[in-house]
Design a protein around this ligand. Sequence first.
Ligand code: NAP
Length: 660
Amino acid sequence: MSPSTMPSGLVSPQTLSEFDRVEPITASDAEIEQALSQADLPALLCALAMLTGDDDLLSEDLRPPTPPMSSTISPQGGMGEAAQSKARALALQKLRAYRDAGCPAADIPTTPALDRIMRFMIKDANESYLPILRHELGIPKDTGAPEWHKSQVAPDTVFRVAVIGAGVSGIAAAHRLQQSGLDFVIFEKNSEVGGVWWENAYPGCRLDTPNFAYSLSFAQKQDWPQQFSRQPEIQKYLSSVADAAQIRPFIHFETEVVSMVYEEAQALWCITLKNAAGQHSTQRFNAIITAVGQLNRPSFPQIAGRESFQGQTVHSAMWPQGLDLQGKRVAVVGTGASAYQIVPAIVDQVAQLAVFQRSPPWMLPTPTYHHDIRPGMTWLLQHVPFYGRWFRFWQFWIASEGRLPLVEVESDWVHPVSVGRANETLRQECMAHLQTQFGDRPDLLGKVVPNYAPGGKRMLRDNGIWAAALKQDHVALVTEPIECIQDTGIRTQDGRLYEADVIIYATGFKSSDYLYPMKVIGREGKDLHQWWQGDCRAYIGITIPGFPNLFMTGGPNTGVVVNGSAIFSAECAVEYAMRAIGHLLQSKQAAMDCKLEPFKQYNDVVDAGNLTKAWGVVKTNSWYKNSTGRASQTWPFNLLEYWNLTAQLKVEDYDYISLR
Ligand code: NAP
């Protein structure tokens, strides 16, 4: 098949190993050359070095210099023209030889050989990154798989695990549980897997982190159609992972967990479930892995009169199927990530659009945001063994320190907006982008410039469509605060009424109310939400003193906001939970309960860390913070530090409960 005749996506994989499937090359030299003109070269050099074992692909003059990330990422890792030409010529030579040899199956190199290829990309970076990178590459083996199997460590012990939620994290948990041979079930309140990607089906919904890196380490899809794929594509991926991992039979759909109560005598969790018919039942488990997501329960703003509106009310995360906005007067409340995608997607349908902004977000210039992966690149991904893995690895690597240095607070930096020198550079780059976008509309420019440091809250990708939407004659960007909502629309404090047929709340989620609205009762009747008092905390975001064998994914302070994706921390948490359960089974203990001291010490370190980042010190609203003003959602350090904390179980951090 040649690059120009290639279909946009392969058939769904039937097994996890099929995610790596490639097709044999039959293309001509000219067609290969054409494809190479659209290749991502650093990843291709690594994939070909792995395929051929040839060192000339990894020579010093080909090594991507990877300039530090600023508002944009350097294409080809900053490789110069000469290096790019040489890389393409070499790649053509290797691919031709591979084709002419009949596309033999690639030998999987040893770990030291792979490390050598990785070092080509990571240069002189901290060697301790290697284990995390091996995990992300998943070759020569899936290092995230549990190192134990129930049949070997505790064949006669009954140990049941409940997973709550079948989104990204729940799928990861179920897969790892299945690999370990444990007895488990998954409870999912929706009728399908996908979690946030199943629920958020609003127009324009798509990823805003690079797609290859936003995927599970054990199911690395090669044929993403875009760098930032649309919601249906991500939902399709998650559904295909659930199928290929064969976890669907373990999922109880339309089954919501209402409460979980720890029963000391048996060291069991009693879970109360509600089915689609509203009937309640209970089941008992030895351990629970919560995978309910952080951005899961929609939040409506407390605005006077909200219930009195007589038109249609919609939340971005509960989009009614088939909602017809054609010719309607629409109000959108909020200008966060969801609104940024909804407004450009609906602007051409509606008769009138009022966008209510409380504080503007910073925009990260991303000209390729909506681009398809180019045909040549897609062709290479579908024909070069493991190229998709190396491309994912490359995306992961360049983001892993990512923009973290750019949001660093410097104590000797004095500026009304930015928090440090690098942050100021980022601010100036983003300001230049705003000037370009809104320079011809000073009225709008005055409204869209944030007055807080970049990184103070979620930065949004922009390819120009936000400005293009706001500039249309039938659109108003309203910055006057909302006074109230009336039966016919939204009234602002200046007395003006914006009449609307539909109000869309793009007002986010109850992100700091972890595990809401489930009731969670631990040892000695300890009510989790009462204990937290709105200030949710956990030890490494996973365990909580007084709640034995309860493991959270996506828990407090695990949100990776500028240097990776939530999938990374979710996989870390799942693998930590598996390590902990393995330890319990091997040591013949019934349960483990996090001690208070490590919990406190850990939280002190994280709190101090967050105060070194823009989001910890700015005064603006954001979902990163809870009602006490503490940044309770964000992980303030690099990925390696979270990996190191979760890659080993410090058994001394727990008290153990034995029933013997
Ligand atoms: P959000 O970022 O929390 O934004 C909520 C918006 O509603 C903000 O503009 C907020 O204003 C506004 N708002 C809240 N209460 C208000 C009130 N009383 N009056 C006026 N405005 C009010 O929520 P989101 O846009 O749904 O995004 C949440 C997160 O989900 C994102 O940051 C991202 O991590 C994730 N997400 C990801 C994608 C993606 O990957 N493509 C897409 C969507 C969402 P203030 O800023 O002043 O608080």
